[in-house]
Design a protein around this ligand. Structure first.
Ligand code: TPP
Length: 325
């Protein structure tokens, strides 16, 4: 897939979404230092091209489920960043009324079924969403984002099995950043992830997650298969993780040189700029203007979040049980 297959406007939009995720994450890291965001956050910076490349192939009513590292997936699926920032600050104007926080952002209007603090828990939830789409004949597709660590949870195998046996319209996107917390993947993962999925007869595609065009192409093939009734696909996406596992992680298990090289050589935004420059489709000054606009948007989101009220005490007992019709 080449940049030439996108219009100028589409390219600028792709860049804007990736830049929004990056700045959102950088700003959250800064704001964590003020102590005003309760709890912890797990930052997605470095992995933007994965969420954006996949979600670009989705309809508004398609489903995604996310991990504990869910800000990027939410933004790529179209969740409002003002409400997300307010959610992180625990305010009533947050996506979940300020009661979910970073690890539980969900927005059903956008098909975002939820970030999830339980590793691999999104996979079976997404199988459920995909099953409903199949039974109702809606042609919706469901995407389960998961990390390399999640691949070693038993529920991933159960989900692969159900997805294939029921031929669900589902895509498992395994975002392999090489680590589960501080443990390198090589120490805990036997064999190959793609071969695991293939043993369930699930087609796989391995892709460089710093190249949004490659991710987009791979996701396109998977979405087409799912919508046509061809069942599940697994994408093995190789991504860098710029920050430590969580916002308070001293990240001493990687050398400063290793981290500097990762940011220098594996940056989806730099790759994007190089690719569109090569084909002279977008002026670099136009992308600089996007950077500025995004900066202002994130500033506004933080100011609005800080100015917003906390949920009232009475909200403590609401949203505890689901009411069915
Ligand atoms: C079932 C379960 N086991 C363990 C944990 C603790 N835990 C939180 S994140 C994490 C690492 C997950 O690694 P990975 O799936 O590769 O995602 P990444 O953090 O790299 O994005 C672990 C072990 C958990 N939250 N849930």
């Amino acid at each position: 897939m080449s940049a030439l297959q996108f219009s100028r406007e589409e390219l600028v939009n792709v860049y804007r979404t990736m830049r929004t995720i990056r700045r959102f994450e950088e700003r959250v890291m800064e704001e964590m230092g003020t102590g005003d965001i309760p709890g912890n956050t797990h930052l997605y910076a470095g992995q933007e091209a994965s969420a954006v490349g996949v979600c670009l192939q989705l309809r508004d009513d398609d489903y995604i489920s996310s991990t504990h590292r869910g800000h990027g997936h939410s933004i790529a699926k179209g969740v409002d960043i003002d409400s997300m920032m307010a959610e992180l600050f625990g305010r009533a104007s947050g996506t979940c009324g300020g009661k979910g926080g970073s690890q539980h952002i969900a927005d059903l209007r956008k098909g975002m079924l939820g970030a999830n603090g339980i590793v691999a828990a999104g996979a079976p939830i997404t199988c459920g969403a995909a099953l409903s789409a199949k039974l109702l004949g809606t042609k919706q597709v469901a995407v389960a984002f998961a990390g390399d660590g999640a691949m070693n949870e038993g529920v991933m195998s159960e989900s692969f099995n159900l997805a294939k046996i029921w031929m669900l319209p589902i895509i498992f996107v395994i975002e392999d950043n090489g680590f589960g917390e501080a443990t390198a993947n090589a120490h805990v993962s036997a064999g190959s992830f793609t071969r695991r999925a293939e043993s369930y007869d699930i087609p796989t595609i391995e892709v460089d997650g710093t190249d949004v065009f490659s991710v987009y192409a791979a996701a396109g093939e998977a979405v087409e298969r799912a919508r046509a009734g061809g069942g599940p696909t697994m994408l093995h996406v190789h991504v860098p993780r710029y920050y430590g596992h969580y916002s308070g992680d001293p990240d001493t298990y990687r050398t400063p040189e290793e981290k500097a090289a990762m940011r220098r050589e594996r940056d989806c935004l730099t790759h994007f700029r190089t690719r569109v420059k090569e084909v002279s489709l977008v002026e670099m000054t136009e992308l600089d203007a996007v950077d500025e606009a995004v900066e202002a948007e994130i500033d506004r989101a933080v100011s609005a979040a800080r100015a917003a009220p906390f949920p009232p005490l009475a909200a403590l007992t609401t949203d505890v049980y689901v009411k069915y019709l």
